[in-house]
Ligand binder design. Structure first.
Ligand code: 5RP
Length: 224
């Protein structure tokens, strides 16, 4: 058992019969999907929406029934990883590039639970590069606007020699803020920029974080 598995497996205990759930993306979400799959094999009845093509494939492999967004108005529970979380449970997400679908699923869920190894816990968000999803059309101008507004390094995310393309057909810019003084202010500012679709700051969305440790133990962290 490692820290990610401990957190993922503990989170699967929050899933109840009949729930409609949101499945996160990444190496920690892998374990919650795996465990839910085991519970489905034992008779648990759930249906799910995945936050990426990769997680959708994983859900299929684990025989977790998938539904379309049009089939429900709201999810009961979404469970996902994070790249950083602070004491207010504000998050940076999107290291795996799925931030937009992850945010859509999280905000349309009654409960949003985060799973993470203890290394993701920080006092201030920003050491992890903040992913910003931008529209490909005139993306160079959007990048210039970002550079004009914030004096921090921005890099277009690459996939070998090509620009990285999200599941939604957009690009990602990774921003090295180092220390984000006010995640909510930055979140609103970025959202207001033309060309920006969304970004990896999740403020006031997470209800709790399940932190996993390498000895297999877990800790529930609530908002301060
Ligand atoms: C993907 C995400 C992931 O949840 C985040 O990157 C954490 O991934 P991991 O569990 O592999 O560390 O936001 O877009």
């Amino acid at each position: 058992m490692n820290a990610k598995q401990a957190a993922g497996y503990r989170a699967a205990e929050f899933v109840e019969d009949g729930m409609v759930i949101g499945l996160g993306t990444g190496s920690t979400a892998f374990y919650v999907i795996e465990k839910i799959g085991q519970r489905v094999a034992e008779g648990l009845k759930v249906s799910a929406i995945a936050t990426s093509k990769a997680s959708e494939e994983l859900a299929r492999k684990n025989n977790i029934p998938l539904i379309e967004a049009a089939d429900v108005t709201e999810l009961d529970l979404a469970i996902d990883g994070a790249d950083e979380f602070d004491p207010s449970l504000a998050l940076i997400k999107g290291g795996g590039g799925a931030l937009l679908r992850e945010k859509l699923v999280a905000i349309n869920s009654k409960r949003f639970i985060v799973i993470a190894g203890a290394d993701k816990r920080v006092e201030h968000l920003g050491k992890f590069k903040l992913p910003i999803e931008i529209i490909p059309f005139t993306y160079e101008w959007t990048l210039n606007q970002l550079r004009k507004k914030y004096d921090v390094p921005f890099e277009m995310r690459m996939n070998n020699d090509e620009l990285y393309v999200t599941d939604n057909g957009n690009y990602i810019v990774d921003a090295s803020f180092e220390k984000i003084e006010s995640p909510s202010t930055l979140s609103e500012e970025l959202k207001a920029m033309v060309g920006v679709v969304d970004h990896g700051l999740f403020v006031d969305i997470a209800e709790l974080v399940i932190v996993g440790y390498d000895d297999g133990s877990t800790e529930i962290v609530n908002k301060k």
